[in-house]
Design a protein around this ligand. Structure first.
Ligand code: ZN
Length: 263
């Protein structure tokens, strides 16, 4: 068997590793959840070693309160499958992140923009959405497939310029649209989670509008990792009336989070 055949067969095996996101979108996830969680853990440890944690206990309590209310609203599988952990970092970045396995980070700077519990919930719920939908696994898998595609093309003896074209189109065609899809998916999961746990979903739109209109010298880092706020707002608005109804129902059933905002 030639090298090219082995590469192509591996590619087909890899492509057959399909799973479905919580919104029933087909995904290729090549890595086990355990592998992804342990990668998430080591990145989280490295960030914790290089970035000081918030020293303001009221701020930490506030962020934990919002995150805990959201996590309590997850179904049993999601509660069991991930080891959720939230850390507030002493850093002026207007940003937050989520790592595979359930490790979430919030930077103090975010609280200067997300200045009530609902807006902070919008960001954290979105990050939880990325974890639930295994977006880290999907991104890592796409990168692996792209590399394999390039290796396959090289093994097949195609010209250097064609290999380059495959590489570029794979990046544009596979990675970029997928990451937009991932963002929209995390928004939808996050919006639903906010509403189900008693946070006002409409505040997610207010937050993104503020992010877009932020005229300060420092653009929010969140926008560099979370592009196209305008289309994001449009998507959120199309889902808003149903989310608001869910919110009203959750409040009636006693879900009224009361996390006191402290910056
Ligand atoms: Zn995101």
């Amino acid at each position: 068997m030639r090298v090219s055949d082995i590469v192509l067969i591996s590619l087909l095996i890899f492509l057959s590793q399909c799973t479905s996101s919580p919104l029933n979108r087909k995904q290729v996830t090549l890595y086990s959840e355990g592998e992804m969680a342990s990668q998430g853990d080591s990145i989280y440890r490295a960030i914790k070693e290089s970035t000081p944690m918030s020293a303001k206990s009221e701020t930490v309590d506030y962020v934990n309160c919002v995150a805990e209310n959201l996590i309590l609203g997850l179904d049993d599988t999601a509660k069991r499958k991930f080891i959720w952990e939230i850390t507030t970092f002493k850093d002026p970045q207007i940003n937050a992140f989520a790592l595979p396995g359930g490790k979430i980070g919030v930077y103090e700077g975010l609280l200067g923009v997300a200045d009530n519990q609902h807006q902070l919930a919008a960001v954290i719920a979105h990050e939880i959405g990325h974890v639930l939908a295994q977006h880290g696994n999907e991104r890592a898998s796409q990168a692996a497939i792209r590399n394999l595609g390039v290796i396959a093309a090289q093994a097949l003896g195609v010209s250097e310029s064609t290999v380059k074209a495959i590489d570029t189109s794979a990046q544009i065609g596979l990675l970029l649209p997928f990451s937009r899809i991932q963002e929209s998916e995390a928004d939808q999961i996050g919006l639903q989670l906010m509403a189900e746990t008693g946070f006002d979903p409409l505040e997610s739109v207010v937050l993104w509008q503020k992010m877009t209109g932020n005229k300060s010298r420092r653009a929010p880092e969140l926008l560099s990792t979370h592009p196209s706020p305008r289309s994001r707002i449009e998507t959120l608005q199309t889902l808003m009336s149903s989310a608001e109804q869910t919110w009203v129902d959750s409040r009636k059933s006693g879900k009224n989070p009361d996390c006191i905002f402290v910056n």
